[in-house]
Design a protein around this ligand. Structure first.
Ligand code: SF4
Length: 223
Protein backbone atom coordinates (compact mmCIF):
# COMPACT_ATOMS: atom_id res chain seq x y z
CA UNK A 1 0.00 0.00 0.00
CA UNK A 2 1.37 3.44 -0.94
CA UNK A 3 1.95 5.88 1.87
CA UNK A 4 2.07 9.03 -0.27
CA UNK A 5 -1.06 10.93 -1.23
CA UNK A 6 -0.79 13.54 -3.97
CA UNK A 7 -2.75 16.75 -4.32
CA UNK A 8 -4.76 15.22 -7.17
CA UNK A 9 -5.68 12.22 -4.95
CA UNK A 10 -6.97 14.62 -2.29
CA UNK A 11 -9.12 16.25 -4.98
CA UNK A 12 -10.27 12.81 -6.13
CA UNK A 13 -11.28 12.01 -2.54
CA UNK A 14 -13.38 15.19 -2.43
CA UNK A 15 -15.03 14.19 -5.72
CA UNK A 16 -15.68 10.53 -4.96
CA UNK A 17 -14.49 8.51 -1.94
CA UNK A 18 -14.83 5.23 -3.79
CA UNK A 19 -12.68 6.31 -6.73
CA UNK A 20 -10.07 7.57 -4.27
CA UNK A 21 -10.16 4.27 -2.32
CA UNK A 22 -9.77 2.17 -5.48
CA UNK A 23 -6.96 4.30 -6.89
CA UNK A 24 -4.98 5.16 -3.77
CA UNK A 25 -5.14 1.65 -2.26
CA UNK A 26 -5.28 -0.63 -5.29
CA UNK A 27 -4.07 1.51 -8.18
CA UNK A 28 -7.36 0.89 -10.02
CA UNK A 29 -7.99 4.02 -12.07
CA UNK A 30 -11.23 5.34 -13.46
CA UNK A 31 -11.34 5.15 -17.30
CA UNK A 32 -10.22 8.43 -18.83
CA UNK A 33 -12.53 10.42 -21.03
CA UNK A 34 -10.78 10.84 -24.38
CA UNK A 35 -10.10 14.52 -25.03
CA UNK A 36 -8.12 16.57 -27.50
CA UNK A 37 -5.00 16.35 -25.34
CA UNK A 38 -3.69 18.48 -22.55
CA UNK A 39 -1.82 21.40 -24.08
CA UNK A 40 -0.52 22.55 -20.69
CA UNK A 41 2.00 19.70 -20.87
CA UNK A 42 3.70 21.54 -23.73
CA UNK A 43 3.48 25.02 -22.23
CA UNK A 44 4.25 24.40 -18.56
CA UNK A 45 8.00 23.64 -19.05
CA UNK A 46 8.38 26.73 -21.27
CA UNK A 47 6.66 28.93 -18.70
CA UNK A 48 8.76 27.52 -15.87
CA UNK A 49 11.95 28.32 -17.77
CA UNK A 50 10.69 31.82 -18.62
CA UNK A 51 9.77 32.53 -14.99
CA UNK A 52 13.14 31.25 -13.76
CA UNK A 53 14.87 33.53 -16.24
CA UNK A 54 12.93 36.46 -14.79
CA UNK A 55 14.10 35.40 -11.33
CA UNK A 56 17.72 35.32 -12.39
CA UNK A 57 17.40 38.79 -13.97
CA UNK A 58 15.34 40.22 -11.07
CA UNK A 59 12.53 41.04 -13.49
CA UNK A 60 8.93 39.82 -13.66
CA UNK A 61 6.20 39.30 -16.26
CA UNK A 62 4.14 42.47 -16.74
CA UNK A 63 0.87 40.74 -15.76
CA UNK A 64 2.38 40.05 -12.34
CA UNK A 65 3.78 43.56 -12.05
CA UNK A 66 0.33 45.01 -12.85
CA UNK A 67 -1.29 43.05 -10.02
CA UNK A 68 1.28 44.31 -7.51
CA UNK A 69 2.77 40.85 -6.90
CA UNK A 70 6.29 39.43 -7.11
CA UNK A 71 7.85 36.12 -8.03
CA UNK A 72 8.77 34.01 -5.02
CA UNK A 73 12.54 34.55 -5.10
CA UNK A 74 13.98 31.28 -3.72
CA UNK A 75 14.72 29.22 -6.85
CA UNK A 76 16.17 26.29 -4.88
CA UNK A 77 12.95 25.85 -2.94
CA UNK A 78 10.91 26.20 -6.15
CA UNK A 79 12.96 23.43 -7.77
CA UNK A 80 12.33 21.07 -4.85
CA UNK A 81 8.62 21.92 -4.70
CA UNK A 82 8.31 21.31 -8.44
CA UNK A 83 10.12 17.97 -8.48
CA UNK A 84 9.37 16.32 -5.10
CA UNK A 85 6.41 18.52 -4.28
CA UNK A 86 5.56 20.47 -1.15
CA UNK A 87 5.52 17.57 1.33
CA UNK A 88 3.84 17.16 4.67
CA UNK A 89 4.25 13.96 6.68
CA UNK A 90 1.27 13.48 8.98
CA UNK A 91 2.55 11.46 11.94
CA UNK A 92 -0.87 10.33 13.14
CA UNK A 93 -2.02 9.35 9.65
CA UNK A 94 1.35 7.82 8.77
CA UNK A 95 0.86 9.34 5.33
CA UNK A 96 2.83 11.90 3.33
CA UNK A 97 0.68 14.43 1.54
CA UNK A 98 2.32 16.32 -1.31
CA UNK A 99 1.60 18.66 -4.19
CA UNK A 100 3.91 19.59 -7.08
CA UNK A 101 3.61 23.26 -7.88
CA UNK A 102 4.26 25.07 -11.17
CA UNK A 103 5.57 28.24 -9.53
CA UNK A 104 4.84 30.62 -6.68
CA UNK A 105 4.21 34.34 -6.16
CA UNK A 106 4.48 36.57 -3.10
CA UNK A 107 2.63 39.65 -1.94
CA UNK A 108 4.34 42.91 -0.96
CA UNK A 109 3.94 41.69 2.65
CA UNK A 110 6.00 38.58 1.72
CA UNK A 111 3.08 36.18 1.99
CA UNK A 112 3.19 33.24 -0.43
CA UNK A 113 0.51 33.17 -3.12
CA UNK A 114 -0.44 29.66 -4.37
CA UNK A 115 -0.11 29.78 -8.13
CA UNK A 116 -0.62 27.61 -11.22
CA UNK A 117 -0.24 27.83 -15.01
CA UNK A 118 -3.29 27.18 -17.17
CA UNK A 119 -3.25 26.93 -20.95
CA UNK A 120 -6.53 26.96 -22.84
CA UNK A 121 -7.91 27.01 -26.37
CA UNK A 122 -11.11 28.59 -25.07
CA UNK A 123 -11.59 32.35 -25.43
CA UNK A 124 -13.60 32.45 -22.22
CA UNK A 125 -11.54 30.80 -19.51
CA UNK A 126 -13.65 30.28 -16.40
CA UNK A 127 -12.49 29.79 -12.85
CA UNK A 128 -14.06 26.63 -11.43
CA UNK A 129 -14.21 25.33 -7.88
CA UNK A 130 -11.55 22.76 -8.85
CA UNK A 131 -9.05 25.57 -9.61
CA UNK A 132 -9.67 27.06 -6.17
CA UNK A 133 -9.34 23.64 -4.55
CA UNK A 134 -6.01 23.01 -6.27
CA UNK A 135 -4.57 26.30 -4.98
CA UNK A 136 -6.02 25.70 -1.50
CA UNK A 137 -4.25 22.36 -1.24
CA UNK A 138 -0.93 23.93 -2.26
CA UNK A 139 -1.48 26.69 0.31
CA UNK A 140 -2.42 24.18 3.01
CA UNK A 141 0.73 22.13 2.36
CA UNK A 142 2.89 25.27 2.38
CA UNK A 143 1.38 26.30 5.73
CA UNK A 144 2.32 22.87 7.09
CA UNK A 145 5.90 23.74 6.09
CA UNK A 146 5.55 26.80 8.33
CA UNK A 147 5.55 29.11 5.33
CA UNK A 148 3.50 32.33 5.64
CA UNK A 149 0.69 31.96 3.11
CA UNK A 150 -1.73 34.57 1.75
CA UNK A 151 -5.40 33.72 1.23
CA UNK A 152 -5.01 35.01 -2.33
CA UNK A 153 -4.30 32.54 -5.11
CA UNK A 154 -3.39 33.20 -8.74
CA UNK A 155 -3.67 31.53 -12.16
CA UNK A 156 -1.43 32.51 -15.07
CA UNK A 157 -3.69 31.86 -18.04
CA UNK A 158 -2.39 31.52 -21.59
CA UNK A 159 -5.22 31.64 -24.13
CA UNK A 160 -4.24 30.26 -27.53
CA UNK A 161 -6.19 30.98 -30.66
CA UNK A 162 -5.53 29.61 -34.13
CA UNK A 163 -6.77 32.10 -36.75
CA UNK A 164 -8.25 31.27 -40.15
CA UNK A 165 -4.79 31.95 -41.61
CA UNK A 166 -3.34 29.33 -39.24
CA UNK A 167 -1.56 31.97 -37.22
CA UNK A 168 -1.26 31.36 -33.53
CA UNK A 169 -2.29 34.18 -31.21
CA UNK A 170 -1.51 34.19 -27.52
CA UNK A 171 -3.12 36.21 -24.78
CA UNK A 172 -1.84 36.18 -21.22
CA UNK A 173 -3.63 37.10 -18.05
CA UNK A 174 -3.13 36.79 -14.31
CA UNK A 175 -6.37 35.88 -12.55
CA UNK A 176 -6.59 36.38 -8.81
CA UNK A 177 -8.74 34.10 -6.65
CA UNK A 178 -9.63 35.52 -3.24
CA UNK A 179 -10.58 33.92 0.06
CA UNK A 180 -8.74 30.62 -0.21
CA UNK A 181 -9.77 28.47 2.76
CA UNK A 182 -7.03 26.24 4.16
CA UNK A 183 -8.58 25.34 7.50
CA UNK A 184 -11.12 22.88 6.14
CA UNK A 185 -8.37 20.56 4.90
CA UNK A 186 -7.51 19.29 8.40
CA UNK A 187 -10.95 17.73 8.57
CA UNK A 188 -10.90 16.60 4.93
CA UNK A 189 -7.63 14.74 5.53
CA UNK A 190 -9.01 13.17 8.73
CA UNK A 191 -11.87 11.74 6.68
CA UNK A 192 -9.52 10.76 3.87
CA UNK A 193 -7.32 8.82 6.29
CA UNK A 194 -10.36 6.89 7.62
CA UNK A 195 -11.34 5.89 4.08
CA UNK A 196 -7.76 5.08 3.08
CA UNK A 197 -7.29 2.59 5.94
CA UNK A 198 -10.79 1.15 5.69
CA UNK A 199 -11.31 -2.30 4.14
CA UNK A 200 -14.88 -1.40 3.21
CA UNK A 201 -15.45 -0.09 -0.31
CA UNK A 202 -17.18 3.32 -0.11
CA UNK A 203 -20.41 4.07 -1.96
CA UNK A 204 -20.07 5.47 -5.50
CA UNK A 205 -20.87 9.06 -6.36
CA UNK A 206 -24.46 8.90 -7.73
CA UNK A 207 -23.72 11.69 -10.24
CA UNK A 208 -20.86 9.87 -11.92
CA UNK A 209 -21.69 8.10 -15.22
CA UNK A 210 -19.06 5.32 -14.96
CA UNK A 211 -20.24 3.32 -11.96
CA UNK A 212 -23.84 3.87 -13.02
CA UNK A 213 -22.96 2.23 -16.33
CA UNK A 214 -21.61 -0.88 -14.64
CA UNK A 215 -24.50 -0.97 -12.16
CA UNK A 216 -27.01 -0.89 -15.02
CA UNK A 217 -25.13 -3.64 -16.87
CA UNK A 218 -25.24 -5.86 -13.79
CA UNK A 219 -29.03 -5.68 -13.82
CA UNK A 220 -29.45 -6.90 -17.39
CA UNK A 221 -31.16 -10.27 -17.30
CA UNK A 222 -30.22 -12.43 -20.23
CA UNK A 223 -33.16 -14.16 -21.84
S1 SF4 B 1 -18.79 6.75 -9.04
FE1 SF4 B 1 -17.38 7.49 -10.61
S2 SF4 B 1 -15.89 8.59 -9.50
FE2 SF4 B 1 -16.91 7.21 -8.05
S3 SF4 B 1 -15.88 5.21 -8.06
FE3 SF4 B 1 -17.38 5.12 -9.60
S4 SF4 B 1 -16.24 5.74 -11.42
FE4 SF4 B 1 -15.13 6.49 -9.73
Amino acid sequence: MKSKISRSKIELFIECQRCFWLEAKYDIKRPEIISGGYIGQNYDPILKRAFDEHRKNSTKPKEIEEKGLDLFPDLEKIKIWRSKGVEFYHHEHKLTYYGKIDDLLITKEKLLVPFDFKTTLSKNFQIYESHKQQLEIYGYLLQKQNEPVSNLGALYVIKIEITENFEKLEERDLLIIENLDYEKYDEILENLKEVYYSEKEPEPNPDCPFCNYFEKRKHIVKT
